[in-house]
Design a binder for this molecule. Structure first.
Ligand SMILES: *Cc1c(COP(=O)(O)O)cnc(C)c1O
Length: 349
């Protein structure tokens, strides 16, 4: 047997570390929401299961019509502009399959989400990356970018900086291919690029329910895109990509905006408090519009601080990448978790 060369040569994506005895840790390494999801989600799932599980005998709605309708209403678009997905990762994958043939080029910002590279590798696509300058603008982005697809993570991970819509509009005008704005963290930000989907022909926005809706375990994402893009993504996906429980969870979660707004306010308030306290203790903290902060210790030795936190059973994200090894990405947990983390960081120095 012979594997395709690009598959044989790949390392595969390495997800954030999930410790075994999770209760013993303060886990701030994968940007999960510290709060349980809306209680309406568990209720909807239990209702869907029923007392004897009889509903599970039947296939789910392949077109996720109800969930799309709820999302469409929430975002003020026609349902033909919405697709649901098994995590936004599924959309990133299928967007590449839709727009970038083997040997063609896609691009993304480095540093951002490292899964883009894995997905490009599976497709056998060529990769180009663009760095960020000191003002968090793309360094060296050409007047005309001829690649087939460009992923822009906004707010960026791991820095948490959001790109303005004026800037994204300008970038879209310079892209010959599609501009996919990965808004995994946009609910935590003070704005979104969603309106650009209607204004610019080549802009697609992806969202996830993993972070803001506390549903990482359900695997739910969505995209807002032109109907012709939605139709293409509908051809590519597995027919039954979302099971009945996921669909029930998606509808319930998207309907409970009161829960969402309450938790967003809590996380953002904790983020601002944690950032300013850390700055007072000599750490550098990039102003974040996401549910994490990128933190640089005074001596720039983030690996030392990572290890000292690890010893105290506090798990954060350290990247050995030369562009990131001076800092740590710390997810925003509950106020109590962040108080303990702050105390540990002050002690570690
Ligand atoms: C978490 C994350 C995703 C993946 O979201 P899922 O819906 O859990 O697949 C995509 N992009 C970025 C930038 C993320 O941080």
């Amino acid at each position: 047997m012979t594997l395709r060369k690009n598959i044989a040569g790949m390392t595969g994506y390495i997800p954030g570390f999930q410790p075994e005895n999770e209760a013993e840790w303060i886990k701030l390494n994968t940007n999960e929401n510290p709060y349980p999801p809306s209680p309406k989600v568990a209720e909807a799932i239990l209702t869907e299961v029923g007392h004897d599980g009889a509903n599970l005998r039947k296939y789910p709605d392949a077109a996720s019509k109800k969930a799309r309708a709820v999302a469409a209403e929430l975002y003020g678009v026609d349902p033909s502009w919405v697709i649901m997905a098994n995590g936004s990762d599924e959309l990133l994958n299928n967007l590449i399959r839709a727009f970038v043939a083997e040997g063609e080029e896609l691009a993304y910002v480095h540093p951002s989400y490292s899964y883009y590279a894995t997905l490009a590798g599976i497709q056998g696509a060529d990769i180009r990356t663009f760095g960020l300058d000191d003002n968090f603008r793309l360094a060296g982005f050409p007047e005309r970018y001829s690649g087939k697809l460009f992923f822009l993570t906004s707010p960026n991970a791991p820095f948490g900086v959001r790109f303005t819509n004026d800037y994204i509009r300008e970038l879209a005008g310079r892209c010959e291919g599609v501009l996919v704005v990965d808004e995994a963290y946009a609910d935590f930000a003070d704005g979104s690029a969603m309106e650009l989907v209607g204004q610019c022909e080549n802009v697609i926005v992806t969202r996830t329910l993993s972070k803001s809706y506390a549903l990482a375990g359900m695997r739910l994402g969505l995209a807002i895109a032109r109907p012709e893009v939605v139709a293409a993504l509908d051809k590519i996906r597995d027919h039954y990509h979302l099971d009945r429980l996921a669909l029930a969870a998606a509808e319930a979660a998207l309907r409970d905006q009161e829960w969402l707004n309450d938790k967003l306010a809590k996380v953002c308030k904790t983020r601002e408090w944690f950032s300013s306290e850390l700055r007072r203790s000599g750490y550098r903290v990039i102003p974040s519009q996401a549910n994490f902060v990128f933190v640089t210790p005074p001596d720039l030795d983030a690996e030392r601080v990572y290890n000292a936190l690890f010893e105290r059973k506090i798990l954060v994200r350290y990247f050995s990448d030369p562009l990131l090894k001076h800092g740590l990405r710390i997810s925003i947990g509950t106020r109590e978790e962040m108080e303990q983390t702050l105390a540990a960081l002050v002690e570690i120095g």
